[in-house]
Structure formats: C-alpha cells, structure tokens
Design a protein around this ligand. Structure first.
Ligand SMILES: [Cu+2]
Length: 369
C-alpha cells in the first residue's frame, strides 16, 4: 500500500513561504547604508533603472513557469490507487517553437537595455575631477594628483560634478564598489592597467564603499567612505589638506576628549622615533622623515571616519586598541607583522594617539546616508 501524503500540511507550507517572501520584501523598503535600492548617484540610478524592468520580466517568467508547474503537479497527481497514468506526450512542434521564441525575445529586450546602460556607464566625462584609486591588501589609497593630496579610506568629492576614479592595485585585484553611487569595476595590478569609473552625486552625504572582489582574508574589512560635500566645502577641505602638518605643527583640535589621555607634543616625537617603526611605513605631509608608503598616508588622520578601512570607528580608545595589537583587530594585516603587543610602550601609544587625533581638517561633515 502506498501512503497518501497528508494534504493538511499544504496551507502551513504556503503560509510560511508567503511570510518569508513578505519579510524579504520588507527589507527592500528600508534605506540601509549599502543598499542598491536607494541610489544617490547617476551611475547607481542607471543600474537601478535597469534592474527594475529586468526584475519584473523575471517575476513574470517565474509566475508563468511555476504556475504551469504547480498546476500540472496538482491536476495530474495520483488521487487514488486506481488512477491511471496520465497520457504521456512526446514532442509538440508548436509549443516548442513558442517556448524557444518567447525567451529569446525577452532576453533580446534585456540585452538591448543592458548594453544601453553599460554604454552610458562606460562614458568618461571630459570635465570629470580625477582621483587615482589604489587598492592595497586591505585598504584604499586616494591620490588627488593635480592637488598634491594623498589620503586613505575616506575620499572627499564635490557634489554636482562628475568624479573619475583611475583605478589600479599594488597587489591583487580589488574592486571599489559604492552601492548607492555606482556599480563595480575592477582595480587591477600593473602600471598600465588603469581602469576608469565615473560617477556623480547631487546629494551631500557620507556614503559606504567596499571591496567587491575577493582579495584575501581581510577582504570583508576593506571598506571606505565617500564624503560628498558642496563645492565650497570641498574647496575648503582641499585648501586645508594641502597645508603640511609638520614640522611646525601645533595641535589643532580644541576638543580635548578627542585626544585621549596622551600628550600630542610628546606624541609627535614618539611617532617620528625610528624605534617605534611608524615612519618606515607611514607618511605625514610636511615631515621629511615620515615618508613610508607601505601603509596609509596619515596626514590629518584625526578627521578620518574609521581606523584600518572600516575595522573600527575612529575614537582615541579604538586607536589605542589598534596600536596595541593591530593583529587582533584585523588578523593578517601588514602592520601586525611588526607592531605586536609590547613593541611600542603604553606611554608612547597614548601620546601617538593624541598626536594623530589632533590633526584635523575643520569642515562641516554631511550626514551618513
Ligand atoms: Cu580588496
């Protein structure tokens, strides 16, 4: 005897599925920081405008195919032991032609839309502001070559003007992706392998960026922030950032809580002290002894949003934690190969924290979006 499947379970399964789908869809409505569903840049908007018709086309195909499938499963199921096997059909030229032509037409429409979007996204506006973007395991370097500014992990851009990323990498392939602003383009190692990515936003804000190409164990902690500000604020940022920090540096911040318990003046000496190794890998504008390029350029680090490409938010406590043991915060990173617990004294760390956090650019920052 063959057991009959209890059909009473069906409504339960159907309800669970519906609730699950509703939950998934409700997540789409939320404006989360790295959501592609709430674009704020021209490139991101074009990708979104392509995704919507493709989504509806896919949903239409899904409903038709699954509808026919479910209909057949129920219509031709075995109801009792005596049910005969339904008629077996092999080959139907008309239906086969139909189900070849229909998907081909749908794909053709999607292909035309995709190529059109791709062509617009690939155009590089001649008047775009250029920023060289260099991927490192696992952080981002940003060079404003014409402005003589090098920074890391936070990239400032003016709103209302196209920005062109000229992208490369010093080690493996990375991919700076800004979900609300643009799609993905690889940053490939090799001096002649520059890839271009242009985008524009009209809305001031701090936007998320992340690495979208698997690049090693800390790939997930290779984030950056795009800080889009009005043009006059951007000019002020450029003008301030161009001022060298050393050697006649004075602690700039009036917000003493930003500095932690250390002394920034002692911190300058501790940072420049070769025994602490910082300057073998890091540069700060204006100090001719501090020109290392293995790690991020630390000029005006106090204004940076995060520490180590999004590993920690930038606070004195977190910076102290990072300098005590970078390998515990971000296992495998290059700094942790030499900076281990005990290499730099507690006093030097506290003072270096005060020194680094005291270097700030004073502009009004936009809200996180
Ligand atoms: Cu990467």
């Amino acid at each position: 005897m063959r057991a009959r499947r209890p059909s009473s379970r069906l409504p339960v399964i159907a309800t669970v599925c519906l609730v699950g789908i509703a939950l998934l869809l409700s997540a789409c409505g939320q404006d989360l920081p790295a959501s592609t569903l709430h674009p704020a840049g021209d490139y991101g908007q074009r990708v979104y405008d392509l995704m919507v018709p493709v989504f509806w086309a896919a949903l239409g195909v899904f409903v038709v195919v699954e509808g026919i499938l479910i209909y057949s499963v129920f219509r031709f199921r075995q109801r009792s032991e005596n049910d005969a096997i339904p008629a077996q059909i092999h080959g139907n030229t008309r239906i086969e032609i139909m189900w070849t032509i229909a998907p081909a037409l749908i794909l053709l429409v999607i292909a035309v839309l995709s190529f059109r979007t791709e062509a617009v996204n690939a155009t590089q506006p001649a008047d775009a502001m250029q920023i060289k973007v260099i991927g490192h395991q696992w952080w981002w370097e940003f060079q404003y070559e014409d402005k003589k500014i090098i920074t890391a992990n936070d990239v400032y851009i003016p709103v209302g003007r196209s920005v062109q990323f000229k992208m490369t990498s010093v080690d493996v392939i990375h991919n700076p992706w800004m979900p609300k602003l643009s799609g993905k383009t690889d940053a490939i190692p090799g001096v002649n392998n520059i890839n271009y990515l242009s985008f524009k936003t009209d809305q001031p804000g701090i936007y998320r960026g992340l690495c979208a190409e698997f690049c090693g164990e800390e790939h997930a902690v290779m984030r950056f922030r795009v800080i889009a500000v009005p043009p006059d604020v951007f000019d002020s940022w450029v003008q301030q950032h161009q001022q060298p920090v050393g050697p006649s540096w004075q602690p700039a911040t009036t917000d003493l809580a930003r500095l932690g318990p250390g002394d920034p003046v002692r911190g300058e000496k501790a940072f420049l002290n070769v025994k602490n190794l910082c300057i073998t890998c890091h540069a700060i504008g204006g100090y001719k002894e501090a020109v290392g390029v293995t790690g991020p350029n630390l000029t005006y680090f106090g204004s940076r949003e995060t520490i180590a490409a999004g590993a920690l938010t930038n606070t004195p406590e977190n910076l102290s934690q990072w300098l005590h043991n970078p390998g515990a915060v971000k296992p495998g990173n290059i700094m942790s190969t030499v900076i281990k617990p005990g290499v730099v004294s507690d006093q030097d760390i506290a003072d270096i924290v005060a020194f680094l956090e005291s270097q700030t650019v004073s502009i009004e920052k936009p809200a996180e979006r």
